[in-house]
Design a protein around this ligand. Structure first.
Ligand SMILES: Nc1nc2c(c(=O)[nH]1)N[C@H]1C(S)=C(S)[C@@H](COP(=O)(O)OP(=O)(O)OC[C@H]3O[C@@H](n4cnc5c(=O)[nH]c(N)nc54)[C@H](O)[C@@H]3O)O[C@H]1N2
Ligand SMILES: Nc1nc2c(c(=O)[nH]1)N[C@H]1C(S)=C(S)[C@@H](COP(=O)(O)OP(=O)(O)OC[C@H]3O[C@@H](n4cnc5c(=O)[nH]c(N)nc54)[C@H](O)[C@@H]3O)O[C@H]1N2
Ligand code: SF4
Ligand SMILES: [Mo]
Length: 759
């Protein structure tokens, strides 16, 4: 309580992977007075970016849905929850009873990863839907990392992160943490941590076709030709072998398979063989390889620009390979694995050995694309809806996703969604995707719910645990997001519209506890289910927090319901609003491994094989123009452009182009250009900048808000164009099914004044 009767609440920011602690001042009337960084947060120590404080404006946004919408005569109107649930039940039941469960599909978007309710309950919705057609934003994002980690370490969530705070040398490939604040590397104040590397005498190298802010602040910028990182990484490996610089380190003695196979497989990728394609000189490649090998500690880190491309999985793997070959895998200052307090699949089961990882349990109907991690490539969603016949998708459930702006060949998907028999969206906005929904079920705002980062703390540069209770109460009659999802799951299973989410949840919790009591490796083994159930209920929390307590208490630091009294539990986290620090990363090999051999498979045959496909690109033609994406610090994928404090100023959707390309095409700064790919064409304003290499143009994704039937008044004022009109649904990383969203071949030409109107 402050002198003006305001209260202060602490909450982890759920907007990006950085998990910053926020200090939120709230008036007695429950108005947000101020949001700033929580100086005492054990991880972020006061850091905040402009998006964090905009949670106030997001909460207050009049366009944010407070009541469900139903579509009547083509127009969305507000309705009661009871009415909305009846329409949901009727719509889903009709499709399932006529066409069966595989006529349903689910799509889960990115904000689920930042939402405790969603992390724990979207799975229940998917299971209850009983369909094989699961899609998510993962196949326009990080799926290559999962697949590479799965083959190499045996579990798709065993993704090593650069030990940012202790490394001496860092190579960043296709990531721009000054804008994104980091991804699959949870590190609040990523920029500050990079600056600290240099301040302690270390070195940072950035590989990116654009001279990003991250590149500007680094020691060196390597302006690579998009899509060719695999060649660069393989060439670095080749130099390491050729110059006898390979040292796995004593700590990996006897636990790594495949080094000899690798040596043979990378032999063709000499620096001289790749320099023409990559645009990076052989001399530079050799220097980097030597520096990487000789640095006291070093790490290579790759993300979106290295993942959402034709060789996404192979590139993700080659990053692991370089860390291993230089002795930096699983070593202090190198690339290490987090040990999360809750939810870590690689903290459960038999340690050191497992079933390994595979894909292809089933395939899509039309293009026969294989299953990966229980889902199909989202690039196949539209054709599965549009192609008539047995097994056609006729109804869709979207949860916190905007695939019309986020996934390839948007125009095709937009048309497909319009043709569905039924669609329901759990979402807070009437936007480009949800405008197709028959019913939209809104969650409460970010400040009205509790939080724990079940997903992202698995990829953190330090082990921490932090739970935030809701800052603000729910609105009158507003169910919490877990209640919406539990009820949706219940309806999907039983088609009973009266089903009580609390009953669904009690059943889920019982099942979770029962499973733990039956698991010989769990501290709950042999314990009484009801006793534990009652102990959890005595905490006085609901929904995901109850499940979280089980996950925490049975996790690697857990108190095990009495087994280890000072261990981590929900109660302990409630007593520590700034989080609990569990220390710097510790080595986890071999315990973390789940490969059948119990070894790190540094040359899994599927990955090794893909080097042949990579080698074919050595002599491929060079496209005159390729398109890449970018992010701005004040945006968040497609959905925060309705927050005015963020989009005012210089945040806008422009085509970045190098001055010499612009001169050749006769395009001037502020003029417009046509950009066309195999599947679509857009007209966009041009921003001429030296900070992009020749032959490359860049357009951010998540724009294109001038669509009829949406209600995003602020976003529509500065609509921009949808860059995914240009990305091709047929262009995938074959190993993971991830879409090629970078290095897209395009044609570019000057637009006449009339073509520019409306862009
Ligand atoms: N060309 C190109 N395309 C890209 C990318 C790229 O770099 N280039 N990046 C890709 C990446 S990395 C990602 S992750 C995807 C994102 O793809 P999506 O996840 O499909 O899209 P988002 O823009 O994150 O949209 C999130 C949706 O969730 C809603 N929402 C926000 N918070 C909540 C919540 O708490 N609960 C609920 N129920 N709804 C909520 C928003 O209103 C919005 O409709 O885009 C991908 N698309
Ligand atoms: N402010 C903000 N923060 C965000 C998001 C956001 O939309 N806005 N989105 C969040 C999400 S969902 C994610 S997944 C993360 C992503 O986080 P990052 O991976 O850091 O993503 P970007 O900032 O898009 O940086 C990707 C970089 O790759 C470069 N690039 C493109 N093609 C290539 C290539 O072929 N090779 C190389 N070497 N580089 C290439 C681009 O120029 C760009 O600078 O950010 C998260 N954080
Ligand atoms: S960096 Fe990410 S987590 Fe931190 S305040 Fe900004 S949006 Fe929130
Ligand atoms: Mo993402």
């Amino acid at each position: 309580m402050t002198e003006d009767n305001n209260r202060v609440a602490f909450r982890t920011c759920p907007l990006c992977e950085a998990t910053c602690g926020l200090e939120i001042t709230v008036s007695p009337q429950n108005e947000i007075v101020r949001i700033r960084g929580d100086q005492k947060d054990v991880f972020s120590k006061g850091f905040i970016c402009p998006k964090g404080s905009s949670l106030k404006q997001l909460h207050e946004d009049p366009d944010r849905l407070r009541m469900p919408l139903v579509k009547k005569d083509g127009v969305h109107v507000e309705t009661t929850w009871d009415e909305a649930w009846r329409v949901v039940r009727d719509g889903l039941q009709k499709v399932v009873s006529t066409h069966g469960r595989d006529a349903l599909a689910t799509y889960a978007g990115n904000p689920n990863a930042h939402n405790l309710s969603s992390m724990l309950y979207t799975g229940n919705v998917m299971r209850a839907a009983g369909t094989r057609y699961r899609f998510s934003a993962s196949t326009v994002d990080q799926m290559p990392m999962h697949v590479a980690a799965g083959y190499t370490f045996g579990s798709p969530v065993s993704i090593p992160v650069p030990d940012l705070d202790r490394t001496d040398y860092l190579i960043i490939v296709g990531a721009n943490p000054y804008a994104s604040n980091g991804s699959l590397c949870t590190a609040p104040d990523f920029p500050g941590r990079l600056e600290a590397i240099r301040a302690r005498g270390g070195k940072v190298i950035v590989v990116d076709p654009r001279r990003t802010r991250t590149a500007q602040e680094a020691d060196e910028w390597l302006a690579i030709r998009p899509g060719t990182d695999g060649l660069l990484l393989a060439a670095i490996a080749q130099v390491l072998f050729e110059e006898n610089l390979v040292t796995l380190g004593e700590h990996l003695d006897g636990v790594v398979n495949g080094v000899d196979e690798l040596r043979a497989a990378v032999a063709v990728f000499t620096p001289e063989a790749v320099e023409h394609r990559t645009g990076i000189s052989a001399r530079t490649i050799r220097t980097i390889a030597r520096e990487l090998a000789n640095a006291p500690t070093a790490a290579v880190y790759g993300r979106i620009g290295a993942n959402t491309v034709e060789f996404g999985t192979t590139q993700a793997w080659l990053v692991f390979v370089l860390n291993a070959l230089t002795g930096n895998l699983d070593r202090r200052g190198g690339a290490m694995f987090a040990l999360p307090a809750a939810g870590g699949a690689n903290t459960r089961g038999t340690k050191g050995k497992g079933k390994g990882f595979s894909v292809g349990r089933g395939a899509t109907r039309v293009r026969k694309l294989p299953e990966v991690m229980g889902e199909f490539p989202v690039a196949a969603l539209a054709e599965e809806i549009l192609t008539d016949g047995e097994g056609q998708i006729r109804a869709l459930v979207t949860m916190a996703g905007n695939p019309v702006l986020s996934t390839p060949n948007s125009q095709q998907l937009d048309a497909a969604l319009e043709s569905l028999d039924f669609m329901v969206s759990v979402d807070m906005y009437l936007n480009e995707t949800t405008r197709h929904a028959d019913v939209i079920l809104p969650p409460p705002s970010q400040l009205q719910r509790d939080h724990f980062d079940v997903l992202l703390l698995q990829f953190a540069v330090r082990n921490v645990a932090n739970y935030s209770p809701p800052v603000l109460p729910l609105d009158e009659g507003q169910p919490d997001e877990w209640e919406v999802l539990a009820k949706l799951a219940g309806i999907l299973q039983t088609f009973d519209v009266e089903i009580d989410p609390q009953d669904v949840d009690d059943e889920i919790l019982h099942a979770l506890i029962t499973k733990a009591t039956e698991d010989a490796a769990s501290p709950l083994h042999g314990r009484d289910v009801e006793e534990i159930f009652n102990e959890i209920n005595a905490l006085g929390v609901e929904g995901p927090a109850r499940r979280l307590d089980v996950m925490l208490q049975t996790g690697p630091y857990g108190s095990g319901y009495g087994a280890n009294s000072d261990g981590v539990s929900l109660k302990k986290l409630l007593e520590n609003p700034h989080g609990v620090d569990l220390g710097p990363l510790q080595p986890r090999i071999p315990e973390i491994l789940r490969t059948p051999s119990g070894q790190v498979e540094l040359a899994h045959p599927i990955l090794l094989q893909d080097l042949n496909r990579l080698a074919e690109t050595l002599t491929a033609d060079i496209e005159p123009f390729v398109l890449v994406g970018r992010r701005h610090l004040k945006t968040n994928n497609s959905w925060m452009h309705n927050v005015k404090v963020l989009t005012k100023g210089n945040v806008s959707c422009t085509l970045q182009m190098n001055p010499s390309d612009a001169a050749q095409l006769g395009i001037s700064h502020g003029g417009h250009a046509h950009v066309a790919s195999r599947v679509g064409e857009v007209v966009v304003p041009v921003e001429i900048t030296e900070d992009i290499r020749e032959g490359v143009v860049s357009l951010p994704h998540g724009w294109g808000h001038n669509v009829p039937g949406t209600n995003l008044k602020v976003a529509a004022e500065k609509a921009g164009v949808n860059s995914n009109i240009l990305s091709d649904h047929e262009s995938l990383d074959p190993l993971s099914g991830t879409s090629v969203l970078n290095a897209i071949p395009v044609r570019v030409w000057a637009a006449t004044a009339s073509a520019a109107v409306g862009s």
